[in-house]
Design a protein around this ligand. Structure first.
Ligand code: AMP
Length: 395
């Protein structure tokens, strides 16, 4: 990685402001129902504490629309963090985030102390990369550390703008994300296989185009597969299709052919007449009859996709193989997760639905890396520069 990390700078006695992703799910009473994002931030926070920094943390939580809203306060996160770190984390309770309390707490800090600012999205212009707000955040500290990969594809005051004012480096989470995904894209062990699924071709156009330059095999499942099948002249009944992307799908199939990339598309389908969890379903070979829609890949496709990854040395997976939220149509996604858990090589799950599926099925510890950012990892796989990473200092 060509960006500086916390290891490359002296942090002792310095005030270090860290952008974390504490956007954790909570129930109606404000209890955190899954603290993995907080746990994920601990290596960077502990490193800073152990090395004598004064640690100021910041994050967004949810989408407060009109400024301060107690419902979106980071108070529960401060409490959970205190438990996890075994030391008090003080919340700077300012409705304007950088207010009297934040300034006072930051001013009084000793080495190893930890302060958490309020939800940065209480400032509505945070997501517009408001430079005034960025400057206020920067004024609290000597060094900025970005460790929130999930928002690194957005130029916000707390992810990008702040880096204009103070030296800025990556935390361990971001370092891990870009070194593992970066190596896969730049210097993969082969065979290198990408598996793409999910609803829309249009969301993944850039990813498909970029990955065709890199992979040996591209597996396409989920709703997006039907646009490709249609491009091949295969009947797809009432399945999800993006008519205006059929031409693009043809171009991509041609590109794959020219590049020698083998494309795997479903050869059979679990079909139903209705998009409903309890719809009667059947297996349809090759073509889908009128009146039916494909909601999952069929058993032969599962076998084919398993073969595609069986000898792979690098696999990247993004997007479910079917409507996995409905148990009747979750088999393809489950089987792909299982196949990946057996791969003898690097396996990277690109966040979002596929990460959720892998975690639910208990395969998380079998994967090399599960990205903490769905949108960010897609943009990374697209070959785009992420503003929250581009803004950090080079080595
Ligand atoms: P994405 O956000 O693009 O990764 O798409 C995820 C969504 O795609 C999930 O909610 C799935 O239910 C949906 N999906 C996957 N396969 C199909 C399909 N065959 N038909 C309709 N929706 C699908």
């Amino acid at each position: 990685m060509n960006k500086k990390t916390v290891r490359d700078i002296e942090v002792k006695g310095k005030k270090v402001i860290v952008r974390c992703d504490f956007n954790v799910p909570m129930d109606k009473e404000g209890n955190i129902t899954d603290d993995r994002r907080i746990v994920g931030a601990l290596p960077t926070i502990n490193y800073l504490i152990e090395n004598g920094a004064k640690v100021i943390l910041m994050s967004h939580l949810g989408r407060p629309k009109e400024g301060y809203d107690a419902k979106y306060s980071l108070k529960p996160v401060a409490q959970r963090l205190s438990q996890l770190l075994g030391k008090e984390v003080l919340l700077a309770e300012d409705k304007e985030v950088v207010g009297e309390n934040a300034v006072k707490l930051a001013g009084d800090m000793k080495e190893g102390d930890v302060v958490l600012l309020e939800n940065v999205r209480f400032i509505t212009t945070e997501t517009k990369n408001d430079m005034e707000f960025a400057k206020k955040l920067a004024s609290l500290a000597d060094i900025f550390v970005n460790d929130a990969f999930g928002t690194a594809h957005r130029a916000h005051s707390s992810t990008a703008g702040i880096a204009s004012y103070i030296p800025s480096v990556a935390g361990f989470l971001i370092e891990k994300e870009i070194s593992i995904m970066g190596k896969a894209l730049e210097n993969p062990e082969r065979p290198f296989v990408a598996i793409l699924g999910g609803a829309k071709v249009s969301d993944k156009i850039g990813v498909i185009n970029n990955l065709l330059e890199k992979v040996d095999r591209l597996v396409i499942g989920g709703g997006m597969a039907y646009t490709f099948l249609k491009a091949q002249g295969i009947k797809i009944g009432n399945s999800l299709v993006e008519e205006d992307k059929v031409e693009y799908a043809k171009e991509m199939l041609d590109k794959a052919n020219k590049k020698g990339v083998k494309i795997y598309l479903p050869v059979d389908h679990i079909v139903a007449k209705e998009f409903k969890a309890d719809a009667a379903w059947e297996v349809s070979k090759t073509e889908i009859p009128e009146g039916f829609m494909g909601l999952d890949i069929g058993p032969e496709s599962v076998k084919l996709f398993e073969e595609a990854v069986s000898d792979a040395k690098t696999v990247i997976w993004n997007g479910p193989m079917g409507v996995f939220e409905m148990p009747a149509f979750a088999n393809g996604t489950k089987k792909v997760a299982e196949a990946l858990s057996k791969v003898n090589g690097t396996t990277i799950i690109g966040g979002g639905d596929s990460a959720a599926a892998v975690e639910q099925l208990g395969y998380a510890d079998k994967m090399t890396h599960i990205s903490t950012g769905g949108g960010a990892s897609l943009e990374f796989l697209e070959g785009l520069e992420l503003p929250g990473i581009a803004a950090l200092n080079n080595k």
